[in-house]
Design a protein around this ligand. Structure first.
Ligand SMILES: [Fe+2]
Length: 436
């Protein structure tokens, strides 16, 4: 089953199978009504995500890669995110749960039937080294995280996960910053098997000394900002962020509330619970992260600073795929893969430290960077410009690192996520930097 460049077809099949098992695990216990409801204006109905996962697989693994087609134009259009805004999606004639299941199974069967004769060693850049199969697994994993964002927004009794993986406890850590000495490092990647277009190409970036927080900012630290009037003091805020929080009446991170005499509490899926002081703050916008950083006399890291602290090994002058090295994530190294349904205490994964000793850079929470989303030098849109290119510009801020809700095939040191600076539905937090 192996090919010349080492693509193992049984590994490809297993990756596709595991992604689908997780999609169904997340959706199976949800009522048909909750599947078709739009739980928040910025999210799609879950049943749209489900049909779209199947159609994206048909589009890329059957149509574009192999010239085959199962569905008509109407179905392709319905699940094309660039043709319908999220507001429009609930009113489309979407496949229901039973029909969508049959559709996804049909696509998968046809995909597996073509896999035997797929040539991973030829010149087709989609197939070469398994790129398009990795892209499809990554896409389904990304939608699994999006579905969890939607489930966090379900109103009323909320979504209650059936069982949750236990997490290691972290020690209460003093806030500590780590010096990243000046010098150049290699940013981005030339990998064409797993990396997506916006992660390419490799380029050398020279940075002066800087300090970076050893761990992400905790709930306790953020509560001090809130209690110090952080949301009432315009001097910490970008003018557009200040305007936004005043218009929307935002005075805390999303899902926080105050319950005297118990203090800060939060709604996590269908659970109301005390805020864990040692966990990273989550569901804060870029504006809130940026305001906190100014209040603390610090700033958000640039994307380059984040990537150097996560990926560079100064002893060998080489780059690591993950903060701890090139070995795939394990439950000892990072809180990834969703089944804990929450972030662990900061500092709970000493084995996941980067070469500089920075903790929790992958897993836990996505981390806002100071940087707008732009192309790296030598960027080429591949395989389609709607993946990244249409988002380049000053409207989107970059997030790095992945959260507890990110599945391992969807994350690495070079992976770039992005959203508007007002967004808080992601499992997003941050850490700070300062000049030395
Ligand atoms: Fe998608």
């Amino acid at each position: 089953m192996d090919t010349k460049h080492g693509v193992k077809k049984d590994v490809v099949v297993e990756g596709l199978k595991q992604a689908r098992e997780r999609t169904r695990f997340l959706l199976e216990r949800i009522s048909e009504e909750d599947l078709v409801t739009q739980h928040d204006p910025i999210m799609s109905p879950l049943i749209w995500d489900f049909g779209h996962i199947g159609n994206y697989e048909e589009l890329w693994l059957l149509n574009k890669a192999r010239g085959k087609r199962l569905s008509d134009r109407e179905l392709y259009d319905m699940y094309d995110p660039s043709l319908h805004t999220r507001e429009e999606r609930p009113s489309l004639n979407l496949l229901d749960w039973a029909s969508a299941n049959r559709y996804l199974d049909g696509v998968r069967e046809a995909v597996l039937a073509t896999l035997e004769e797929t040539d991973f060693d030829g010149d087709n850049p989609l197939l070469k080294d398994g790129f398009v199969y990795n892209m499809i697994v990554q896409h389904e994993c990304q939608h699994n995280e999006t579905m969890l964002q939607t489930l966090q927004l379900v109103k009323g009794d909320g979504y209650k996960p059936v069982s949750c993986v236990e997490l290691p406890a972290g020690k209460t850590l003093e806030e500590e910053m780590i010096l990243i000495p000046e010098g150049s490092f290699v940013m981005g990647t030339d990998d064409r098997a797993r990396a997506l277009d916006n992660e390419r190409g490799e380029h050398v970036v020279d940075l002066p000394d800087f300090f970076i927080d050893k761990t992400p900012v905790t709930n306790q630290a953020f509560a001090e900002f809130v209690e110090d009037g952080g949301y009432e003091r315009s001097e910490f805020w970008y003018p557009s962020g200040w305007e936004y929080i005043k218009e929307e009446g935002i005075t805390t991170p999303k899902h926080w509330y105050r319950d005297e005499p118990d203090g800060w509490r939060t709604q996590r899926f269908g659970f109301e619970e005390s805020l864990n002081p040692n966990a990273p703050v989550v569901h804060v916008s870029w504006y809130e992260a940026d305001a906190y950083a100014r209040w603390a006399g610090k700033r958000l890291p640039t994307e380059a600073e984040w990537e150097k602290a996560a990926s560079w090994n100064p002893d060998t002058d080489t780059k690591r795929l993950y903060p701890w090295g090139d070995e795939a994530p394990t439950p000892q190294k990072a809180n990834l893969d969703q089944l804990a349904f929450r972030a662990a205490d900061v500092g709970a994964y000493p084995e996941g430290a980067s070469a500089y000793g920075v903790l929790g850079m992958i897993g836990g929470v996505w981390e806002w960077a100071a940087t707008d989303l732009y192309a790296y030098p030598g960027f080429e849109a591949f395989p389609y410009k709607e993946y990244s290119e249409i988002f380049f510009g000053p409207d989107y801020k970059v997030l790095r690192g992945g959260s507890w809700a990110t599945r391992p095939p969807a994350v690495r040191n070079t992976f770039r996520n992005w959203d508007f600076p007002i967004r808080r539905q992601l499992f997003c937090g941050f850490r700070c930097t300062r000049d030395s």
